[in-house]
Design a protein around this ligand. Structure first.
Ligand code: MG
Length: 354
């Protein structure tokens, strides 16, 4: 009985001894020289060492592996050459010497899951969760074309209550018919009563099906993302028939007029409704009027990004270089361009302040 107990105890102890990993055992990741990445997967059995050596192109078994305490050696056959490798373990670090073509190359590796990894501060998932503030809840429109619950509707097809004439701030005198707003070229530019700073704008526009003339004279209008004065003062996102209508690239539909060529021409045919979705970040100015942060704009034309957070150089101008001029907030303006082509139309205009 006593003997049996002793035998079982001894066997149990032996199995524990066998299952305890030696200092060389495990997966090791590191480099030989400055940039030759290798991985070793090693296992000791008594003083025998087996496993694999690997690089980006695959793994090879190691040969003639021997372990003596923290020291070890093995060979690897690479392109028919036998390459002797020896090394030493210090904690979770492995230092190796590879004899290759008569040269000794040194390398160092780290044990996967070793103390270096373990000593990195362990964070809980909760530590990177931010619960406040909570984004306000808004109800989206029925489709992405429709105004969400927090939008300011600038034109819903009924009237021009939100708009005035740029010239004298009298009620806007463009044509509203069948839910559609059409440019009255004789009446001049119109702008919103309200001023805005940073916003998201949705606006739809249509070039008449039977449009005439060419280039800049064919369905020209514009959306001034900030109207900073009379006439065409401000920052114009060009509206034009750019469906098979050649003009200068920085003046076609989707351009920031004479500043930024659109990233693509996503124009639809005359007679089809088109969509601009715009994200406008207004410029900011210091007290002395110099620019603190320039304006940025993102424009999506018919679902296609045509301006990607473009940094403006200043107000858009017909002649000369763009320049900034201090303003705090400004109306959004629609252009009555002086060309002789048939007037174009707008519908479904809404804005969300950001
Ligand atoms: Mg224009």
């Amino acid at each position: 009985m006593k003997k049996t107990l002793f035998t079982s105890f001894f066997l149990a102890l032996l199995s524990i001894t066998i299952s305890v990993a030696g200092p060389v055992d495990g997966k090791w990741i590191g480099k030989i020289g400055d940039d030759y990445a290798i991985t070793l997967n090693l296992k000791t059995e008594g003083d025998k060492l087996t496993g694999t050596i690997g690089n980006a192109s695959g793994e090879l078994p190691i040969n003639e592996g021997k372990v003596n305490g923290n020291d070890f050696s093995f060979n690897s056959v690479y392109q028919n050459n036998t390459i002797p490798i020896k090394g030493r373990i210090e904690g979770d670090k492995m230092y190796i010497t590879v004899s290759f073509n008569g040269n000794d190359l040194n390398g160092s590796l780290t044990r996967e899951g070793g103390a270096e990894t373990a000593s990195a501060p362990r964070m809980k998932p909760e530590e990177t969760e931010v619960w406040n503030p909570v984004p306000k809840v808004i109800t989206p429109g029925k489709t992405p074309l429709d105004a969400p619950s927090d939008a300011i509707v600038l034109f819903d097809g009924k009237n021009l209550d939100q708009w005035v004439s740029v010239k004298d701030k009298s009620p806007a005198n463009w044509t509203v018919e069948k839910g559609v707003l059409t440019v009255n070229k004789a009446a001049g530019n119109i702008e919103t009563r309200q001023s805005f700073k940073n916003y998201q704008l949705h606006i739809e526009w249509k070039i008449p099906e039977k449009i005439s003339l060419t280039g800049q004279s064919r369905g020209n209008s514009g959306i001034f993302l900030a109207s900073t004065g009379p006439g065409d003062a401000g920052y114009e996102l060009q509206v034009l028939d750019s469906y098979e209508n050649k003009t200068y690239s920085n003046g076609q539909a989707g351009s920031i007029y004479k500043q930024a060529i659109p990233l693509a021409n996503a124009s639809k045919k005359p007679g089809e409704w088109q969509v601009y979705d715009v994200i406008w970040t207004a410029p900011t100015f210091t007290a002395d009027g110099s620019v603190q942060t320039p304006a940025h704009v993102t424009v999506i034309h018919n679902g296609v990004v045509v301006q990607n957070n473009y940094e403006l150089k200043g107000e858009t101008t017909y002649i000369g270089q763009p320049k900034y001029k201090k303003y705090e907030s400004a109306p959004i303006k629609l252009q009555a361009h002086g060309d002789k082509s048939e007037p174009l139309s707008f519908r479904n205009i809404w804005v969300r302040e950001l």
